[in-house]
Write a protein that binds this ligand. Structure first.
Ligand SMILES: [Cu+2]
Length: 164
């Protein structure tokens, strides 16, 4: 008798469990605040993302504003790349995008997110934003630039100064 009750109880609970499992698999704006359940850069262990600092960089035709970004080792940042220009731009880490320099948590945008611990280049279409959630690891000056033809030559490059 009690075994039957237990089985009935388990069957009643099943749809709720399925709903919860499905819910965690849905990527969206709200889900971006949750801790991903996938493998991450080991340096991100113990980082409190409720303390995230937002740093905005405008991508213009053809410059970054600001072109010098100051970050602190060990602090979580949301680096928002906002393309306010009429054409597409990118950010290529000359020396910045290195897994020993920054620990990347994810690349986030209005259409979704990519969980990755490393990127080489981030391309942003005109009038769009992409966020890089990251933690600086190693103090120093690091370069970045736009790799679209002629943009770097026009001065579209910048520096990230990571301080201890
Ligand atoms: Cu550009």
């Amino acid at each position: 008798m009690s075994a039957v009750k237990t089985l009935v109880g388990a069957l009643r609970a099943a749809p709720i469990a399925i709903a919860l499992a499905f819910g965690t698999g849905v990527a969206g704006a709200a889900a971006a605040e949750e801790e991903p359940v996938v493998r991450m850069h080991p340096a991100l262990a113990g980082i409190d993302w409720t303390e995230v600092t937002v740093v905005e960089v405008a991508l213009k035709d053809h410059s970054y504003e600001p072109d010098e970004i100051r970050l602190k080792v060990g602090q979580p940042y949301k680096l928002v790349l906002r393309n306010v220009g009429a054409v597409a731009h990118d950010m290529v880490g000359g020396s910045l995008f290195d897994e020993k320099v920054i620990a990347l948590r994810m690349v986030n945008s209005s259409v979704g997110r990519v969980i990755a611990d490393y990127v080489n280049s981030v391309y942003v279409r005109s009038r769009n934003d992409i966020e890089l959630w990251l933690v600086p690891l190693k103090a120093g000056d690091y370069s970045f630039f736009c790799s679209l033809p002629g943009h770097r030559e026009d001065g579209m490059e910048g520096i990230v100064r990571i301080v201890p």
